[in-house]
Write a protein that binds this ligand. Structure first.
Ligand SMILES: Nc1ncnc2c1ncn2[C@@H]1O[C@H](COP(=O)(O)OP(=O)(O)O)[C@@H](O)[C@H]1O
Ligand SMILES: [Mg+2]
Length: 339
C-alpha cells in the first residue's frame, strides 16, 4: 500500500509536470512579446513542479517506509530470539500507533520471559539444594580420613590406651560438629530469585563488614548492573570472599564489578601473601583451611552458591600482578538492559 502511494507520489506530480508543461507552452505563446516575464514565469512554474514530487517522495520515505522497514527488521530479529523495542516516532499517526503496539508487545514478552527465567532458576536451585543435602559427595570424601583415624584410635582404646580414648571422644565431637555445620548450610533454605542491583549489594556488603585495619576500595561501574539472583545466597558468597580477603590483606582490598558478554563479573583482590602453588587445587574443597579456627567451608559453599545461581566462582590469580595477593572472580548471569 505504501509502496503504491510512493509510486503515486511520483506519477501524480509527473502528470502535474506534463500539465505544467502545457501551461508553460501556452504562456510561452501568450507572452511571446515580453521575454523577461515569460522566462521568470516559466522558471517559477518549473521549480514548483520539480519541488513537489521530491518533497513528497522524501516525506513518504521518512515518515512511512523507514519506520516500516525498521519494524520488519525488529520482527525478523524477534524471530531469532532477539527482542528489541523501537523508538516511538514523534508524529502521532497510524505508524506511531503500530510502533506503540509493537513496543507494548515487546515489553509484555520481555516481562514474561524474565518471569519464566526466574521461575526456572528458582526450580533448578531448589532441586540442587535438595540433591546436595542428600548426596553431599564432597562431605563423604572429606570424612574418609577422620573416620579411618577414629578407627585406629578405637583399636588403641580397646587395648586400654587412655590417651587414645580421650582423643577419640574429642575427634568424634569435632566430626559431629562439622556434620552439623555442613547440613545447616542446606537446611530450610528458601530460594527466591529476583532482579538484584549488583552495585548496591556489593557496596552494602563491604559497608557491613566494617573493617578497621584494611581499606576496601570499590569503584562501582557507572552503568548499574542487574543480576537475576537470590540475594541471600549471593550476599553469603560475597561475604565469604570479602572476609577471606580482609583477613589475608596487609592493608588493601579492591573490588570491581563489570559486565562481560551477558555476564556480571565481581573480582575481589587483596594485597596479602597470595596462594601457594600447592594449595590452588585444594581451596574449594570442603573443610580445607589453613586458618586457625577456620572451618574451610567459605570457598566451598561460595562456589556452590555461584553455580546454583547459574554462575561460577574461581581463583582469577593466586598472586595478583599489581596487588600481590589472591584474586577471586565471581561470574553471574546479568539481565539484559531494557531501555
Ligand atoms: N584471600 C586469600 N588469600 C590467601 N589465602 C586465602 C584467601 N582466601 C582463601 N584462602 C585460603 O583458602 C582457605 C579456605 O578458605 P575458606 O574456604 O574461606 O575457609 P576458611 O576461611 O574457614 O579457612 C583458607 O584457609 C586460606 O588458606
Ligand atoms: Mg573463609
Amino acid at each position: 500500500m505504501f509502496r503504491r502511494s510512493l509510486t503515486l507520489s511520483l506519477i501524480l506530480p509527473l502528470s502535474l509536470m506534463l500539465l505544467a508543461l502545457m501551461v508553460v507552452v501556452s504562456i510561452d505563446r501568450a507572452f511571446a512579446r515580453v521575454p523577461e516575464f515569460r522566462l521568470i514565469t516559466i522558471g517559477l512554474i518549473g521549480l514548483l513542479v520539480a519541488w513537489i514530487p521530491i518533497t513528497l517522495y522524501f516525506m513518504i520515505r521518512r515518515r512511512i517506509l523507514s519506520p516500516l522497514r525498521e519494524l520488519r527488521q525488529k520482527f525478523q530479529r524477534a524471530g531469532k530470539d532477539r527482542l528489541e523495542g523501537m523508538t516511538q516516532p514523534a508524529a502521532r499517526d497510524e505508524i506511531s500507533d503500530v510502533v506503540g503496539g509493537y513496543n507494548q508487545m515487546v515489553n509484555a514478552l520481555q516481562g514474561e520471559r524474565q518471569e519464566r527465567q526466574r521461575l526456572e532458576r528458582e526450580r533448578l536451585l531448589q532441586s540442587q539444594m535438595v540433591a546436595l543435602g542428600i548426596q553431599a559427595d564432597g562431605l563423604v570424601h572429606e570424612l574418609a580420613s577422620p573416620l579411618s583415624a577414629l578407627s585406629t584410635l578405637a583399636k588403641l582404646a580397646a587395648e586400654g590406651d587412655a590417651e587414645s580414648a580421650k582423643l577419640m571422644a574429642s575427634e568424634t565431637k569435632n566430626l559431629a560438629e562439622r556434620m552439623k555445620r555442613f547440613m545447616a548450610l542446606f537446611r530450610d533454605r528458601k530460594v527466591a530469585v529476583r532482579p538484584v542491583m549488583l552495585n548496591t549489594l556489593v557496596s552494602d556488603r563491604i559497608h557491613l563488614l566494617n573493617h578497621s585495619q584494611v581499606s576496601f576500595v570499590f569503584d562501582p561501574p557507572a552503568d548499574p548492573i542487574e543480576v537475576l539472583s537470590d540475594e541471600v545466597l549471593l550476599a553469603e558468597a560475597l561475604d565469604n570472599l570479602l572476609k577471606n580477603a580482609g583477613r589475608h590483606a596487609r592493608a588493601k582490598v579492591t573490588v570491581t564489578a563489570e559486565r562481560n558478554e551477558g555476564t556480571a563479573v565481581v573480582t575481589v583482590t587483596d594485597d596479602g601473601p597470595g596462594i601457594q602453588a600447592g594449595l590452588v587445587d585444594k581451596l574449594f574443597r570442603p573443610f580445607f583451611t589453613t586458618a586457625e579456627g577456620g572451618h574451610g567451608l567459605g570457598l566451598f559453599v561460595s562456589r556452590l552458591w555461584a553455580q546454583a545461581l547459574g554462575g561460577q566462582l574461581d581463583l582469577a590469580s593466586p598472586r595478583h600482578p599489581a596487588l600481590g595477593g589472591a584474586s577471586f572472580r565471581l561470574i553471574l548471569p546479568a539481565t539484559r538492559v531494557q531501555e
